[in-house]
Design a protein around this ligand. Structure first.
Ligand code: BES
Ligand code: MN
Length: 457
């Protein structure tokens, strides 16, 4: 048997045990945004470190950061000329709320049919474990043709605040020839995908304060401004009728889509019916003049992610709320400057806020868009995906954000191969997140091919 066959055979013989390990890591509620889960973050990092040590990765190190630990690991090839692949992943997950929408508990991984349900199953513990199990399998064929490094962080879902300083301080440790980032996903089960663009993000919060405390709305309504009313008016002024963003200067640096790029985006094929089905929305909606795929991956947006004010329990309570808050995100495209966009939004909001309330705007996180062709190693990955799926590769511009891709390109000088085995209907960030198990198994097989594809030449 050749090394690929041997490794695939090992995987076939061990996939149940590997699935159990994957299920074990899904049980740890590593919600990065919640301070009460700090110990779970540590536990997850240690779980992954232990697993990597068990599969004979010698150099495994957990680094403390101001927030959640970063795991670094390296498995060296005995070939001194071997190229180095750096694999990025995140072991943190989004919060599980709303809990009563889940059919099985978010941290009690449950199979229903071909799907494994759990928070993080798809985004992205499934992808992290797939990268590790593929390495474990490839190693059974003997020596690897490449050096493999891992950097696994616990803060991706909150904008990776500790990662950029870490990368800047550890350039030597992270030095590499290729980067695999499997945090992106594929467009459909039968369409292996390489992502060549991601949107950036500027995430901020607006807080409007009125009276010192909630007031009786009969006694005071009509005499003090209602912060909820005011914030709703502010938010209403953030968009134009045609769905475009109304903040002055918002589009100033937006790179215009060339006819070639529009053609390339269109070649990915969008299935609007499928989108309606996934979202359950009565209609699709977006900026006029652009296709669904353009609006998803190549046009900027502004969205309220959360709105909070006053009495939100069952029943009725007659009050003027003391305050109102909204969490707002802008998805960005080249060449928008994330901090610049935040400042434009902040200044505009403050300029339209009335003097009857006190309005504050503050930043949560900001990261630029990513757009890059021909990452080193992408061809090897394309061949590996084709070997397993027997389908042509789909190249896509995605709407989500993975700010680390830009940071790595700048600091390490290497473009990332963006891919993944998650599907658009995996319900990532939503209740009942799940992973299509047969697709995940194929993904591991493809990664085995990929790791071993650097032999000979
Ligand atoms: N894996 C996603 C991003 C993604 C999903 C990219 C699907 C391409 C296709 C990632 O974990 C994520 O959700 N990122 C956040 C980033 C933010 C918190 C800085 C996002 O996009 O909201
Ligand atoms: Mn992710």
């Amino acid at each position: 048997m050749n090394p690929v066959e041997q490794s695939l055979q090992y995987f076939e013989n061990n996939k149940e045990r590997m699935t159990d390990a994957y299920i074990d890591v899904l049980k740890i509620p590593s919600v990065s945004t919640s301070p009460e889960h700090a110990a779970d973050m540590q536990k997850t990092a240690e779980f992954l470190a232990d697993y990597l040590r068990k599969i004979s990765v010698e150099h495994v190190e957990i680094f403390k950061t101001p927030l959640h630990p970063i795991l670094f690991a390296e498995k060296k090839s005995s070939n001194p000329d071997a190229k180095t692949l750096l694999i990025y992943g995140h072991y943190d997950v989004q919060p599980e709320d709303p809990l009563d929408e889940w059919q099985s508990a978010p941290f009690d991984p449950t199979f229903r049919g071909d799907y494994l349900y759990a928070r993080g199953a798809s985004d992205m513990k499934g992808q992290v474990m797939a990268s590790i199990f593929a390495l474990e399998s490839a190693l059974t064929s003997g020596d690897l043709p490449i050096n493999v490094k891992f950097i696994l962080e616990g803060e991706e879902e909150i904008g990776s605040p500790s990662l950029e300083p870490f990368i800047k301080e550890h350039k030597e440790l992270l030095a590499c020839d290729m980067i695999l980032n499997p945090d992106a996903g594929m467009v459909a089960k039968d369409k292996p995908t390489i992502v060549y663009g991601l949107r950036g993000l500027a995430y901020f919060e607006v807080r409007v304060d009125g009276p010192r405390v909630d007031l009786h709305s009969g006694l005071w309504g009509g005499n003090v401004a209602n912060p909820a009313n005011v914030l709703a008016q502010i938010i209403a002024k953030l968009h134009n009728e045609d769905g475009s963003v109304a903040i002055p200067g918002f589009y100033d640096n937006v790179r215009v889509l060339s006819p070639e790029e529009r053609e390339r985006i269109a070649s990915c094929n969008s299935d609007d019916e499928k989108m309606l089905e996934i979202t359950g929305a009565p209609q699709l909606y977006g900026e006029a003049g652009y296709t669904t795929l353009e609006r998803q991956g190549a046009r900027p947006t502004l969205d309220v992610n959360g709105f909070y004010s006053g009495f939100i329990g069952d029943g009725a309570k007659t009050i003027i709320p003391a305050y109102a808050k909204a969490k707002i995100s802008c998805r960005l495209v080249p060449d928008m400057d994330p901090m610049g966009i935040y400042e434009l939004a902040r200044d505009y909001i403050l300029s339209i806020a009335p003097p009857t309330v006190k309005t504050k705007v503050f930043l949560h996180s900001a990261g630029p868009a990513y757009l890059a062709d021909d990452a080193p190693g992408a061809e090897n990955l394309a061949n590996a995906l084709t070997a397993i799926w027997d389908q042509p590769i789909t190249y896509k511009r995605e709407g989500g954000s993975i700010p680390v891709a830009t940071v790595m390109q700048r600091e390490l000088g290497v473009k990332s191969i963006l891919t993944g085995f998650g599907l658009p209907d995996d319900a990532i960030h939503s209740p009942n997140e799940h992973l299509h198990y047969p697709n995940w198994l194929k993904g591991i097989q493809a990664l085995i091919h990929f790791y071993l594809s650097f032999g000979e030449n």
